[in-house]
Ligand binder design. Structure first.
Ligand SMILES: C[S@@+](CC[C@H](N)C(=O)[O-])C[C@H]1O[C@@H](n2cnc3c(N)ncnc32)[C@H](O)[C@@H]1O
Length: 268
C-alpha cells in the first residue's frame, strides 16, 4: 500500500504499477497519472504470467524496465524505436528493434522475428499515420485474448500531429469507425462498415482520456434468449417507429420479425 501526499491530494492505492511508478528513481519516465490506473485495469491479469509484450517508443528505456518489474521474471519485452541510440538500452529480456513504426516493411520484419504477443503498447511518435499504420500491421500479431493499447491519443486533436476535432483520418475518428464494425450484426446496411480480419477480431474497445484499448477476441455471433413465462401483456413503446402495413401483414402470418436475424440473413 502506498500513500503519497502531493500539493493538493493524498493518493492511496494498492495498485502495483502506481507503486512502481511513484517509487521509481532511475531512467527518466513521463506519464499522465490516470494512465497508471488504466494499465492496472487492463494488464493486472498478466502479472506473473509468461507473456510477450511489445512497446512502440523506448525513449530512455524506463517503461520497458517497469514492465519487467510489473509482470515479473516470465515476461519477454520487445520494443521498437526510430532512434538508433535506443539499441544501447537492450538488456536481459528486453529486445529492441530500430526502425519506424510507419514503415510497413520494417513492421512486417518485426512480426516475423517476435512470437505471438499478449500486449502491444503504442507510445511512439503519436502522429495519425504512425498510429494507424502500426495498428493495421501489428494488431493481428496479438494473441486471442490479448490487448492493443494506443497511448496519447489526444494528439488526434492536435494540429502538429495532423489531428483536429472530427478531422477525417485521425486515430480517434479511425477508432470511432471501428465501433460500427463492432456493431456489424445490428446494422442493416453493411456496405459502409469495414469488415476484415482485424475488425472480426475486435471484441471490445475502451475509450479513455488519451488512451484507446482494443480487446482482441474473435467476436462471437451474438444471440439472445428469453426464459420463463409471460406474466403480463408487454408494453409496446409508442416512441418507436410504428411497423409499416407490409410489416404488420408479415407479422400476422409469420410472427414478430427478429431485427437481428433480418439484418444477418444468409449469415446465420
Ligand atoms: C514518448 S517516448 C516513449 C516513452 C517510453 N515509452 C516510456 O514511457 O519511457 C516516444 C518515443 O517514440 C520514438 N519515435 C518517434 N517517432 C517514431 C517512429 N516513427 N517510429 C518508432 N519510434 C518513434 C521516439 O524516438 C521516442 O523514443
Amino acid at each position: 500500500m502506498l500513500t503519497l501526499n502531493t500539493a493538493n491530494t493524498t493518493i492511496m492505492s494498492s495498485d502495483k504499477f502506481r507503486e512502481l511508478f511513484y517509487s521509481h528513481q532511475g531512467k527518466l519516465i513521463h506519464k499522465w497519472d490516470h494512465y497508471l490506473d488504466i494499465y492496472e485495469k487492463h494488464f493486472s491479469k498478466y502479472i506473473g504470467q509468461e507473456i510477450n509484450l511489445l512497446e512502440i517508443g523506448v525513449s530512455h528505456g524506463c517503461s520497458l524496465q517497469l514492465w519487467k518489474k510489473y509482470f515479473g521474471d516470465k515476461v519477454n519485452v520487445y520494443a521498437i524505436d526510430i532512434n538508433p541510440q535506443c539499441k544501447k538500452l537492450e538488456e536481459e529480456k528486453i529486445k529492441i528493434f530500430i526502425g519506424s513504426q510507419s514503415d510497413e516493411r520494417f513492421l512486417q520484419q518485426v512480426i516475423r522475428e517476435v512470437p505471438a504477443l499478449d500486449i502491444i503498447i503504442d507510445d511512439g511518435g503519436h502522429t495519425m499515420n504512425q498510429q494507424i499504420v502500426s495498428f493495421e500491421n501489428l494488431y493481428l500479431k496479438v494473441r486471442e485474448g490479448g490487448s492493443y493499447l494506443v497511448e496519447d491519443t489526444h494528439t488526434s486533436y492536435w494540429h502538429e500531429f495532423h489531428g483536429g476535432l472530427k478531422k477525417a483520418n485521425t486515430f480517434i475518428e479511425y477508432a470511432k469507425n471501428l465501433i460500427d464494425s463492432l456493431y456489424e450484426g445490428h446494422v442493416p446496411d453493411k456496405r459502409k462498415i469495414v469488415l476484415n480480419e482485424i475488425t472480426k477480431h475486435i471484441n471490445g474497445i475502451s475509450f479513455y482520456d488519451s488512451i484507446v484499448v482494443f480487446e482482441k477476441v474473435l467476436r462471437p455471433q451474438p444471440f439472445h434468449i428469453q426464459k420463463g413465462i409471460d406474466m403480463i401483456e408487454s408494453y409496446r413503446p409508442t416512441e418507436l417507429k410504428q411497423p409499416s402495413l407490409l410489416m404488420k401483414v408479415k407479422e400476422r402470418f409469420f410472427g414478430r420479425v427478429d431485427t437481428f436475424k433480418a439484418n444477418n440473413r444468409g449469415k446465420i
